[in-house]
Structure formats: structure tokens, C-alpha cells
Design a protein around this ligand. Structure first.
Ligand code: ZN
Length: 151
């Protein structure tokens, strides 16, 4: 998504619309675009830099790490915000920034019950030593984070 600086007036610019999916290369990772990227952005220029804030939503199909089934999910970036120094060209490409924010909000280990709001078919099956009461579901990926905090 390229923005020409000339289109941004003193009182800013509001952009809303759809853009072709920016992460088509993630299909191999089990993330498939399910429609265009939806965006609502406010842009402005101040003191030699461009700022933009807004929200993004990218509908995708994710693959559940437990049952391996695909389920629909909206990757949402509700607080997209960038600040770019204007050094050279008058045409600013926002695509890398948008893409980065989408990737940041992409669940790393999607579970269809947690992210998809459905009952995971694999959740009711016994998992090695785990009980079948969904214990595993309640202790997901935070363990790594807890270890980090303790350091
Ligand atoms: Zn599942």
C-alpha cells in the first residue's frame, strides 16, 4: 500500500478499505488468507515524519496444532501505529509495516477451541499421560513466558 505524501494534507488523511492479503507466503506454515486485509488508518505529517495509526483485520484459515483441522480466524491489529522519518522519496510504502503488525498478532500455536471458539475434536481424546478433562488446554504456552519472567 503506497501513500503519496502529497495526498496527506495538513489536517491528515483517513484511509479505509481493503487490500490484497499481505501474507500469501505463509500458506506453507498453515496460515491461508481467507479474504482481503481490511484497514482503517489515520495518517499525518509532522516535523519531517509520517505517522499512522489505526486498525487492521486479516481473515485467515489457521491450522489447529492439536486436531490439525483448519478453522477461520481474524488476525486483528487494533493498535497499529508507526512513525517514519521522511528522508527521501515522496512515495511511502506502508506494506512492510502492515505486514509486520499482522505477523505480530498471528497466534503462534493456534488452537481451534481457544482462537476459533469451537470444540476441538482432539481435546476429548486422551493424550499420553494427560487426563481427559482438558487440563492441557488450561496450561498452554505461558510456561515459556513464566520462565522468562523469573530470570
Ligand atoms: Zn483443534
Amino acid at each position: 500500500m503506497k501513500i503519496h505524501l502529497r495526498h496527506i494534507h495538513a489536517d491528515g488523511l483517513h484511509l479505509e478499505g481493503e487490500e490484497e492479503c499481505l501474507i500469501p507466503d505463509l500458506t506453507t506454515e498453515g496460515v491461508t488468507c481467507n479474504g482481503p486485509l481490511r484497514y482503517a488508518l489515520d495518517l499525518g505529517i509532522s516535523e519531517g515524519s509520517l505517522w499512522a495509526t489505526g486498525s487492521l483485520a486479516q481473515p485467515v484459515e489457521l491450522r489447529c496444532v492439536r486436531c490439525l483441522e483448519s478453522f477461520p480466524f481474524d488476525i486483528e491489529a487494533k493498535a497499529f501505529s508507526i512513525h517514519v522519518d521522511l528522508t527521501g522519496p515522496e512515495l511511502i510504502d506502508l506494506t512492510p509495516y502492515l505486514r509486520e503488525d499482522i505477523l505480530l498478532n498471528l497466534p503462534a500455536h493456534p488452537h481451534c477451541d481457544r482462537e476459533g471458539g469451537r470444540v476441538c475434536p482432539a481435546a476429548s481424546q486422551p493424550e499420553s499421560s494427560h487426563a481427559t478433562d482438558g487440563t492441557e488446554r488450561r496450561q498452554p504456552d505461558w510456561s515459556a513466558l513464566d520462565k522468562l519472567k523469573l530470570k
